[in-house]
Design a protein around this ligand. Sequence first.
Ligand code: HXC
Length: 254
Amino acid sequence: MIRVELEEAVALVTIDRQEAMNALDVGTLTDLRGRLSELAADESVRVVILTGAGEKAFVAGADIKYMSNLDVEAAKAWGALGHEAGRLLETMPKPTIAAINGFALGGGCELALACDIRYAASTAKLGQPEVNLGIIPGWGGTQRLARVCGLGIARELIFTGRIVGADEALRIGLVNAVHDPVLDKAHETATLLAAKSTVALRTMKELANRALGGDHEENLAAEGKTFGELFSTKDAKEGLAAFVEKREPKFVGH
Ligand code: HXC
């Protein structure tokens, strides 16, 4: 089951299937995709935090018992469902933060990789152990791990299936910080981001998503165009004026 709690402009999404270390079965993943889609469209929500219920696991992956009976077509559909959830986290027009409170393995690590920012509890363990099941990361791990940690590290981790602890995850750039309790850190950043200009955040996210793909010149041109266009917004006028007038800015989101 997926729980969504709203506190001011921050949505906390908790994946709760503790009897299976929050592994994702069809019902849970379908529910997650639906809730993420709602949150993406809800303008009152400015930041989304994703975490797992309990103290042991963020998400221990896709449900292995379910996958053990899939044929080719069903496996493709299963991969596509996880991709949809990942794309929502990656492209929704607001920051997404993974609060990794324990095991983030396989599909769990992949969901975290689709978020904009990752924080880990000191007990967290992350990795892509799919190779040990004779399969491959199928929810973005072959692509996003390389984008986050670099191709050399990504190849080692996906080829060997080696699990890393929180300190190593921090060292290789897989997580942004290690903090206990991890949700406090996620909330602290979420509160900070919720006070910023939503139009600036949305635009930066869009541009940052292009940073490692496409044509560099075109991406820079898109940045230049967007930078200019933002000067028609109230938020740009307010942010610049507030500095000049030595006061805190009040952003309205357009
Ligand atoms: C189904 C899972 C599960 C999973 C844990 N469980 N992970 N069930 N799918 N991915 C279940 C166990 O079967 C067990 O239930 C219960 O959760 C507790 O787990 P234990 O193994 O008893 O706990 P522990 O010894 O502490 O070990 C924790 C663990 C281990 C290290 C996380 O459970 C583990 O290795 N899990 C699998 C991790 C993994 O390989 N993930 C990647 C999956 S592939 P029962 O009822 O049996 O006692 C993937 C592909 C994504 O994610 C892309 C798809 C397209």
